[in-house]
Structure formats: structure tokens, C-alpha cells
Design a protein around this ligand. Structure first.
Ligand code: HEM
Ligand SMILES: [Cu+2]
Length: 538
């Protein structure tokens, strides 16, 4: 056939382009295409989860119940969190892993390209399930109200919820399978696909960060999957794992959930630490300070992160010994975290710094994430947490941890790699505007929540007492500005994809200082198939 002959003409040549049309994407086994799909999926989910956040802030703008019934409000709180965690941050980080890890280690592709395709395509299916879980009360009237448990899905409420909860559980199953498969792929790629001269201790920090992230996911995702499956059994098959009426214990679910949930915050954080490990040396024009310490620090963080989960449950009435153990373990975590931040600061020390958008995000992360570390240590102290628990103070803490710690790291990565991905430079002026706009509005949104929280305003409740009004008005205005800034983000991305100044192979002068930087030896954008022969690392 003509296709076959055409192929024979350039036999053994690997520079054929991608397949045409929809098949390129649906059947894709190419790490760059799959990475691109992950990133677009995450971008879409950013707006979906963001829209729910706007709804929440609109409702909280004033005391009283304004927009809808309280159960729907709590449904929005639940799905905002699930979408942001599983639909946005994790897929964005996975998209970056797909794009960059093979390029960084000199591999032609991921180790398991078909599995890679499956990992991605499970996500849209999960997203549909999640949307169905929101719509269920309206599509299937009489099957129960909205899922109103919060992302922690705590029983007994999650046992009593309507059919929407089943959709949520299925969505989590699919998201979990997707994460586990992607993680297996990433670990296998890192262990087996490196160019022969790329030893583990030469790998860019981003690769190490994802290595630990993937190991964490493989360790804890199955626990969450098991927990929600047990929940499903309690709901439909007559078991009583978590139902006190049948001899079960809702506290068991909390332990299983947080055994997953706390490591999950490191899953969200570590890829961004990996981005920082590239961005800071690039724009400080100095090799990363304490590379080895950072690698070991991330390892310690991953292990410690797995044994402190019950700091989310101080109020349930554990034994004093258990409580003390979890408190001390949690406080110990500040040691590797502090060490990592110090390494970044020492990398900048006496460097020749410039402040392009990725670097601005990098510096903002260090400052604002440290702040989350401080409130985190406050929360880790048992008698103090007894007061703060379930208040807006916790909301402020974890948004300071997650938005600078995870999301800003992803933004830094987007601006850092957009030239490589698209072949065009983004508009630096717009990038800087976006940086200041998000950073300022983020702080306006979440800083006041520390005070409303300390003053006692509970979280996950649609209404509040009037003395918290001012804090909430400020928060909501900040929130709307923060949301709005993302239209600029979208604009910058579209503009960069469509054209702009041509990006050189290595757009950032310092990007190969102290790291092999194989990805910068390729053209921008890299060809469809790259490193079909292993490069040599000097
Ligand atoms: C020094 C580091 C940290 C410490 C000591 C710490 C401590 C804590 C504690 C004790 C709580 C429970 C508060 C309560 O519910 O009463 C908490 C909640 C939370 N933290 Fe952190 N944290 C740290 C870093 C992080 C990081 C890096 C992230 C994410 C990237 C994060 C995300 C969260 C989230 C999402 C919650 C709330 C979960 C929920 O109840 O829905 N934290 N933190
Ligand atoms: Cu935790």
C-alpha cells in the first residue's frame, strides 16, 4: 500500500512527524504529546476548580445565605478541592514530568508509552464522573442530595450521602489508577531509560523530585482506593467498616484517608520543589547549592511525611502517647523543609541574579511557603491546634502551602519551559504583570483568613457570624482579583503558542550551570522523536 511504500522510502529514519488528526492524540504514545494533553487538561481544570472557588467567595462575601442552599455550597467546597488537587495540580505536574523527564535524562520516550496513554485518558473519564457527581441530585431526583462531606469524604456523612457519592468514589478510583500507572511509568523510566552516562546523582533535581513523588504515590494511593472502596461497601453491600451502628468506626476512615492525605500534600509540593531546583540556579547563574543535601532531604521528607498523618486528627481523642508522637514527628518535618529552603537561599547568595517571571515566582515561593511552614508548626502543636482545628486558620495555612508551594511552582515551570515547548518566547512584560497580580491578590485573599480563623470562624460553613464580615469582604475581593488574573495567564499561553519571538535552543543563559541540561541541547520545540541515540553527559 502507498503508506507502506512511503515508509520504505525513508526506512530507518526516525524523523517522521506525528500522525495527522485526532488519532495523533487519542492513540498517542509520544511523551511530548501526552505531556501536552496533561497540561491542557490541567489548564481546563484550573478554570473549572477556579469557577467553584469564585462561587465560594461570592457566597462568603457577606454573612447570610445568598446564592444557594448550604448543601450545594458544601458540594462546591468538596469538588473545588478534589478538582484542584487531582484534576489540576497533579495532572499539571504529570504533564511536566512527561515532557521533561525523558528530555532531561536523554531517553527517547517514557519506558511504558501505551500505559502512558491509558494514564492520561483515565483523567477525562474521571472528570466526567466528578461532573456527574455534582449533577446527580438534579439528573436523578430522589436519590439524595449533593456530596457535602468536603474532600476528606468523612463518614458517617459520606455513608448517608446520595448517589453523587458513588460517582465521586468511582472518580477517585479512576484518578487513583491513573496516578499509580503514571507513577510506575515514571519510576521505571528514571531507573531504566537514562542515557548510560547519566548517573542518578547527575539527574536534574526535578527528576529526583518526581522520583520521590512517584514512590509516594505508589505507596499511598492504594490506601485511599481501599478506603473509598470500603466506603462503597458500607453504602451498598451491608458492611460496617465505618458505621458505628453496625459496630464499625468512622475514625478508621480518618486514619486511612490521612495516611494517604498527608503524603499527598508532598505529592503536590515535591514536583514544584523540583522546578525550583532548576529555576533558582538558572537565574542566579550559580550551581545549585547542596544538590546532594536536597536529594536526601526530599527522601527524608517523603519517609517522614508517611508517618505523621494523624496531626489532622488531634481532636478525635487519641492516646496521649500517640498524640505526642504525631506532634513531634510533624515538627521534625520542618527540618528537611527548612534545609531545602536554605539551600535555595544559599544558591542565590552572591549569584548574578536576574528576575524573569520564573525567578519572580521562585522567590515568592520561598517567602510565602516559609510562611505556611510557620503556621504549619503552630498547627502541629496539639494544645494550639485544639483551638485552630476546623477554623479558617487551617484554610489559610493550606492555601499558603499549596498555592505558593505547588501552584506557583507549576507557574514557574510553565514560564520556564514555554519557550522549549512552543518554540516561542512569552511576553516577559505580561509575565511580570501576571506574577505581581497573582501574588498580591493571593495575599489579599488568604492573609485575612488567618485572623478570621484565630477569631473563631469555622471552615466549610456557608454562613458566618457578622463580626467576621470585614475579613471576608477583603478575602472575596482578593479572590475575584486572583481568579481574574488567570485570564491573563490564559492569554499569555495562547499568545505564546500562536507566535512571538523565536526561542533559541537555550533561552535562559544560566540553565546549564551545574546541571547537564540535556533538554537545552535540543531545538525549541524539540522534534517529535528526540534522543533516539543516547546523548553523552559530560
Ligand atoms: C512544616 C510543614 C507543615 C506542617 C508542620 C503542617 C501541619 C499541618 C497540620 C497540623 C494540619 C492540620 C490542621 C487541622 O486540621 O487542625 C495541616 C493541614 C493541612 N496542611 Fe499542612 N503542614 C505543613 C506543610 C504543608 C504542605 C507542604 C502542604 C501542601 C503542599 C500542606 C497542606 C495542608 C492541607 C491541605 C491541610 C488541610 C487538610 C484539610 O483538613 O482539608 N501543609 N497542616
Ligand atoms: Cu498533614
Amino acid at each position: 500500500m502507498s503508506v507502506a511504500t512511503a515508509h520504505d522510502d525513508h526506512h530507518d529514519s526516525h524523523d517522521h512527524g506525528p500522525p495527522k488528526g485526532w488519532q495523533r492524540w487519542v492513540y498517542s504514545t509520544n511523551h511530548k504529546d501526552i505531556g501536552t494533553m496533561y497540561l491542557f487538561f490541567a489548564l481546563f481544570m484550573l478554570f473549572f476548580g477556579g469557577a467553584m472557588a469564585m462561587y465560594i467567595r461570592a457566597e462568603l462575601f457577606m454573612p447570610g445565605v445568598q446564592l444557594a442552599n448550604p448543601d450545594f455550597y458544601n458540594n462546591m467546597v468538596t469538588d473545588h478541592a478534589l478538582v484542584m488537587v487531582f484534576g489540576m495540580v497533579m495532572p499539571a505536574a504529570a504533564g511536566m514530568a512527561n515532557w521533561m523527564i525523558p528530555l532531561m535524562i536523554g531517553a527517547p520516550d517514557m519506558a511504558l508509552p501505551r500505559l502512558n496513554n491509558l494514564s492520561f485518558w483515565l483523567l477525562p473519564a474521571a472528570a466526567i464522573m466528578l461532573i456527574l457527581s455534582i449533577l446527580a441530585p438534579y439528573l436523578f431526583p430522589g436519590t439524595g442530595g449533593p456530596v457535602n462531606t468536603g474532600w476528606t469524604l468523612l463518614p458517617p456523612l459520606s455513608i448517608q450521602n446520595g448517589i453523587g457519592m458513588d460517582f465521586t468514589i468511582f472518580a477517585i478510583h479512576m484518578l487513583g489508577i491513573s496516578s499509580i500507572l503514571a507513577s510506575i511509568n515514571i519510576v521505571t523510566t528514571i531507573l531504566n531509560m537514562r542515557a548510560p552516562t547519566m548517573t542518578m546523582m547527575k539527574m536534574p533535581l526535578f527528576v529526583w523530585a518526581w522520583f520521590f513523588t512517584a514512590l509516594l504515590l505508589i505507596a499511598v494511593m492504594p490506601v485511599l482506593a481501599g478506603a473509598v472502596t470500603m466506603l462503597l461497601f458500607d453504602r451498598h453491600f451491608g458492611t460496617s467498616f465505618f458505621d458505628a451502628a453496625g459496630g464499625g468506626d468512622p475514625i478508621l476512615f480518618q486514619h486511612l484517608f490521612w495516611f494517604f492525605g498527608h503524603p499527598e500534600v508532598y505529592v503536590l509540593l515535591l514536583p514544584s520543589i523540583g522546578v525550583l531546583g532548576l529555576v533558582i540556579p538558572t537565574f542566579a547563574r550559580k550551581p545549585l547549592f547542596g544538590y546532594k543535601a536536597l536529594v536526601y532531604g526530599m527522601g527524608v521528607l517523603a519517609v517522614l511525611g508517611m508517618v505523621v498523618w494523624a496531626h489532622h486528627q488531634y481532636t478525635i481523642g487519641m492516646s496521649l502517647w500517640a498524640t505526642n508522637y504525631f506532634m513531634i514527628g510533624t515538627i521534625l518535618i520542618s527540618i528537611p523543609v527548612g534545609l531545602m529552603l536554605m539551600n535555595f537561599i544559599f544558591t542565590m547568595w552572591r549569584g548574578s541574579m536576574t528576575f524573569e517571571t520564573p525567578m519572580l515566582f521562585g522567590i515568592a515561593i520561598i517567602l510565602m511557603f516559609s510562611f505556611a511552614g510557620v503556621t504549619g508548626v503552630m498547627l502541629a502543636v496539639v494544645p494550639a491546634d485544639m483551638q485552630y482545628h476546623d477554623t479558617m486558620f487551617v484554610v489559610a495555612h493550606f492555601h499558603y502551602a499549596l498555592i505558593p508551594g505547588a501552584v506557583f511552582g507549576l507557574y514557574a515551570g510553565v514560564f520556564y519551559w514555554l519557550p522549549k515547548w512552543t518554540g516561542h518566547m512569552y511576553d516577559e512584560r505580561l509575565g511580570k504583570i501576571f506574577f505581581w497580580w497573582t501574588t498580591i491578590s493571593f495575599n489579599i485573599t488568604f492573609f485575612p483568613q488567618h485572623f478570621s480563623g484565630l477569631a473563631g470562624m469555622p471552615r466549610r460553613i456557608v454562613d458566618y457570624s457578622i463580626q467576621y464580615t470585614e475579613f471576608n469582604v477583603i478575602s472575596s475581593i482578593g479572590g475575584f482579583l486572583f481568579g481574574l488574573s488567570h485570564l491573563l495567564f490564559l492569554y499569555i499561553i495562547i499568545q505564546t503558542i500562536r507566535g512571538g519571538q523565536k526561542a533559541p535552543d537555550k533561552p535562559w543563559e544560566g540553565s546549564q550551570i551545574g546541571t547537564p541540561g540535556l533538554e537545552w541541547t535540543l531545538p525549541s520545540p524539540p522534534p517529535f522523536h528526540s534522543f533516539t541515540q543516547a546523548p553523552v553527559v559530560k
